[in-house]
Design a protein around this ligand. Structure first.
Ligand SMILES: Cc1ncc(COP(=O)(O)O)c(C=O)c1O
Length: 393
């Protein structure tokens, strides 16, 4: 045990040169590419077209009250992991409601969507598994596959022929096809029927991460997987921090899958359970999603209106029918210039650049919410039209 005096001296030793050098090199490279990211405290005065609160439930007073009440009744935190003493009745109730909503035998809560994807892939796959991923899958799916040690192949975006070709070539004992439901940077939707068909044909399991479809698409808001059973889509991941307005995630599937995850998914086992207030708020949000289709309908009207007006203005829209409506600007400089102008007008949009998207595919990621009014959308369109017309030709 070093004596206190010795400890005091250690604190003043210079940080290792090698580590300083490492950080500086990484920073210089990012700055050279003009890709250094910065964050800011979000302003409530700004019009938010960047978030994922598609139904406005993060701001719904009923959901907020349920969270406060949940914290009061069950505690501000769960206090332990699910397998120790952190699994509370409110978690159990939420899991049962999520399973029923998605038409699955069981559901299992995770603390975030990122952790759910890491946990599922690490628990299911190993070096004898072949994982097939859409090229535009979310980073958490790519990271989960890397963590599992499985052989990963990426097929062209939404290209069933390319996937079929890769599946036919694979000799792996276990095959897993993995796709976003709604692609987070494009807003387009995976062809679930085709993915399910190809997976079944090759004896592969299909995992769909419907982070951006749940609450928004399908009957009852059950997402792009609504109508597909657990034979067709054995692994369904949903996140709670987007349309449901809270935080966390779940995996839904047959009981055997869920039991396996409880045993082997390290990001489930070795972490504190979701705070009970969040579970209570999510239960309330889920009830609203199921009972009040008007929020989804209002959002659908906003999407139609935005697309119609944006087309008339000549804005570079993508092919999306979901609340994620990218403006495909191509160059990073152009994207940053448009984002800065939006910012000046107090309109917040996502400026998405490589490495999040491929080189030459920078974009403004605009997201619509049932919370917006038509005049909010008009304000956004005005700013975007000014960006278009005032840029150097
Ligand atoms: C498709 C997809 N999956 C998973 C996640 C991660 O979810 P969470 O924010 O709950 O970690 C995201 C978040 O942006 C996402 O877009």
């Amino acid at each position: 045990m070093p004596r206190p005096n010795a400890l005091r001296r250690w604190r003043w030793m210079p940080v290792s040169e090698a580590w300083q050098q490492r950080l500086a090199t990484a920073r210089n490279e990012r700055e050279r590419l003009q890709r250094w990211r910065s964050r800011r405290v979000a302003s409530h005065a700004a019009l938010d077209f960047a978030g994922n609160d598609y139904l406005g439930l993060a701001q719904d007073p009923r959901v907020q009250a349920a969270q406060a009440e949940g914290a009061k009744r069950f505690g501000a935190g769960a206090g332990a992991s699910h397998l120790v003493s952190g699994h509370l009745g409110i978690h159990d109730a939420l899991e049962a409601a999520l399973a029923e909503w998605t038409g699955r035998e069981r559901a299992l809560l995770f603390s975030t969507g990122y952790m759910a994807n890491l946990g599922v892939l690490q628990a299911l796959a190993d070096s004898h598994t072949a994982i097939f991923q859409d090229r535009l899958n979310h980073a958490s799916l790519l990271d989960g596959a890397a963590l599992s040690g499985a052989r990963s192949r990426r097929y062209h975006h939404r290209d069933g022929q390319d996937l079929a070709r890769l599946l036919a070539r694979s000799r792996a004992t276990h095959q897993l096809v993995v796709s976003d439901g709604v692609f987070s940077m494009n807003g387009d939707i995976a062809d679930i029927e085709q993915l399910a068909h190809l997976s079944q044909q090759h004896g592969a399991w299909l995992m769909i991460d419907d982070a951006h479809g749940l609450g928004v698409l399908g009957e009852n808001g059950a997402g792009c997987v609504a109508g597909f059973n657990s034979q067709q889509v054995p692994i369904l991941v949903g996140t709670l921090g987007k349309a449901l307005g809270t935080a966390g995630a779940f995996v839904a599937g047959d009981a055997a899958l869920i039991e396996h995850l409880i045993q082997f998914a390290r990001s489930y086992v070795y972490t504190t359970a979701q705070p009970p207030g969040i579970a209570a708020a999510t239960l309330e949000a889920l009830t609203i999603v199921q009972r009040e289709p008007e929020h989804r309908q209002r959002l659908a009207r906003h999407i139609d209106y935005f697309r119609q007006q944006a087309t008339a203005l000549g804005l570079p829209l993508g092919h999306s029918q979901t609340p994620i409506q990218p403006l495909l600007l191509g160059s990073e400089q152009r994207t940053m210039a448009w984002a800065a102008r939006c910012d000046k007008h107090n309109v917040q949009v996502g400026a998405i650049r490589p490495p999040t998207v491929a080189n030459g595919e920078a974009r403004l990621r605009i997201t619509l919410s049932a919370r917006h009014t038509q005049s909010d959308i008009d304000r956004l369109l005005d700013v975007a039209a000014t960006c278009l017309h005032e840029e150097p030709r």
